[in-house]
Structure formats: C-alpha cells, structure tokens
Design a binder for this molecule. Structure first.
Ligand SMILES: Nc1nc2c(ncn2[C@@H]2O[C@H](COP(=O)(O)OP(=O)(O)OP(=O)(O)O)[C@@H](O)[C@H]2O)c(=O)[nH]1
Ligand SMILES: [Mg+2]
Length: 312
C-alpha cells in the first residue's frame, strides 16, 4: 500500500484528472480517505462501478449526493467532484464518464483538446479500475480478475483520441475506524479472502442482508421469509437450527439460537453443503453465499443507503 501511495503521489503532476473507482454497493466504505488526501486539488470523477449489482434507486441517489446536487454534497476539501454510475463490463454509463472527462479537458486553460488529458484511475482493490480502462480503450490491455490485488504496478494506456490513462493497483488504508467498513469491503471482495474465514464473513453478510433486504436470502434459496433475522419458518424441511444437521464436535460454532446461523444452516441444507455424519459444511456454504452475493445472485443490493447519515 505504501508503494501505491508513493506511485500515486509521484504521478499526480502528470495528470489533469483523477477517476476514483468505487463499488456502487458500498459507496461510503469503498471511498478511500487516503485518496482524498493524495489527490487534493485535482478535478475528480467518482465512478460508482458495478452499478449492475447495486440497487438502482440508491445508485441514483448516491450519484446526485456525491455530485453535490443532493442534501450535503461530497466530502469537504475534495476539490470539484462529479459522480457517474457505471457498469464497466457492459459499458453502460461510459458516455457520461467520457462527457465528464471531456468537460475537465475543455475547462483547462489553453488546453481544450480532450486528447491531451492525463487521467489517473485509482480506488480500492477489485473495484473495476482495470476493467474500466479496458472498456475505454476497447481492448484487454490491462489485466483484470475477480479478486483483489490483480494490478501490481502502474500502466499507462492511450485512447484513440490521445487521452492517457494510468492504471494503478488497488489501495486500502491501514486502519478502519468503523469495523463495518472492513466488513463491507470484505463482502464485496476488496479485501483478500484469506484474511477472514468464509463462514464468519457469510454470517455477517446474512445479518446485514437480514436488516436491509430481509427477503433476499429466503427468495434465493427457497426458504420461508426470514424477516428481521428471525429463524426460517420452514427449518423443519429446510434443516435449520436444531434440525438433524448438527454443528459437529469439531466445529468452531456453538450453534443454538443465533437466527443468522440458523439461516445459514438452512441454506447449507438446501444446497447440499453437508459433510459425512450430516454435519453442516460451513466452509462450503459460507463461500457459496458470499460468492453468490458478489455475483449479484442475491439480487441488486446496496449496503449503504444514500438517505442515511454517513461518513461522507
Ligand atoms: N458485475 C460487474 N463486475 C465488474 C464490473 N467492473 C468490473 N467487474 C469485475 O470485477 C472484478 C475486478 O475487476 P478489475 O478490473 O480487475 O478490478 P481492479 O480495480 O483493477 O482490481 P485490482 O487491480 O485488483 O485493484 C473482475 O472480475 C471484473 O470482471 C462491473 O461494472 N460489474
Ligand atoms: Mg486492476
């Protein structure tokens, strides 16, 4: 991370704009405070990427809020910011991004040609920086992957119009003041999966979804609605807590009354994540639930709502 910080600082004078690629599902948690510090004074476009996975209404509210048209605008001291919702895979939203970049190019004194603009693309790991660059250049020039830490160093790429784009490795910050931030980044794959075990992550995700999208899991896995974190009503046929699927003597779980755990066990049973001796395979179930969330199979979800007071 120190190396990436230095890379951003050293190359800042070579660019006229910064594109900060965030995850539309977590517009607060995926905005790195270090990037504010490092890129102060540069015109910035905040991209809410992976908009195809996020709640459309929330993304609309967030883009308005981040662009300063909403209730409280962007964060203080950030210079000029505009926000664009994007799907870097399909290209939806790309026209707006190009228009915003064109606007920055045109506003530079005596330098109206979009082509002369240098643009640094920064953001948390796995947010889609390299995918965005590939989409803009129209070729797979930058390496991408469904895990954090794919881009290891800087890479300059040039568009047909001459605009120069700098791809950078994902950057995190040393300490999360709010533990929810770390959790949200882990849900969305911005933190290496080795750092948190899959069952714990899945359990936290089940709790979070239970609050925000109470029917998402029940619908996906064909369970009776588990509102407000209540245990699933069909645990008898779904294999919920207290069912024939015990936690197993070697399991770290103490089982019992946790409704999120009961729901996880019901999901595990539905999907056949069961070990010999009818023990729940928490590892496999946890990986599956988190994986399906990341792929959008649990529905379009935004974990941080624009209407709530937040750390912007
Ligand atoms: N659904 C969806 N997936 C996306 C989108 N943009 C990128 N991805 C996927 O997200 C994953 C990460 O994309 P990358 O472009 O490698 O992300 P990055 O920010 O360059 O990642 P690092 O270099 O590791 O920091 C890949 O699996 C992409 O296919 C998007 O808009 N929607
Ligand atoms: Mg990358």
């Amino acid at each position: 991370m120190k190396k990436t910080r230095e890379l951003i600082a050293a190359n800042l004078r070579l660019v006229g704009a910064v594109v900060e690629v965030c995850d539309a599902r977590i517009p607060v948690s995926s905005r790195n405070p270090i990037i504010d510090e490092l890129t102060k004074g540069k015109p910035r476009i905040v991209v809410l990427n992976k908009a195809d996975l996020a709640d459309e209404r929330e993304t609309g509210a967030w883009t308005a809020r981040l662009s300063g048209r909403g209730a409280d605008g962007g964060r203080e001291g950030c210079g000029s910011i505009s926000a664009v919702a994007l799907n870097a895979q399909s290209g939806q939203g790309m026209k707006k991004l190009l228009a915003a970049l064109g606007g920055i190019a045109a506003s530079r004194v005596g330098n109206a040609a979009a082509g002369s603009l240098g643009v640094m693309v920064v953001g948390v790991p796995n947010s889609g920086k390299s995918s965005l660059i590939n989409r803009l250049t129209g070729r797979r020039a930058a390496q991408t992957g469904d895990r954090p830490g794919v881009t290891k160093g800087k890479q300059w790429l040039t568009l047909e119009n001459g605009m120069r784009l700098l791809d950078t490795p994902g950057i995190l910050w040393p300490k999360f003041e709010d533990p929810n931030v770390g959790m949200n980044l882990a849900f969305c794959g911005s933190i290496k999966d080795e750092i948190m075990d899959a069952p714990t992550l899945a359990l936290e995700l089940i709790r979070t979804l239970g609050e925000l999208y109470p029917s998402a899991l029940a619908e996906r896995y064909g369970l009776a609605a588990a509102r407000g974190g209540e245990p699933p009503a069909d645990s008898a046929d779904g294999g919920g807590a207290g069912s024939e699927y015990g936690s197993g003597a070697d399991s770290a779980w103490d089982g019992g009354t946790d409704p999120a755990l009961a729901l996880m066990e019901a999901i595990a049973a539905k999907r056949g994540c069961i070990l010999p001796g009818k023990r729940v395979d928490y590892e496999r179930a946890g990986r599956m639930i988190v994986g399906e969330f990341r792929e959008g199979k649990l529905g379009r979800v935004t974990l941080e709502k624009a209407g709530q007071g937040s750390g912007l």
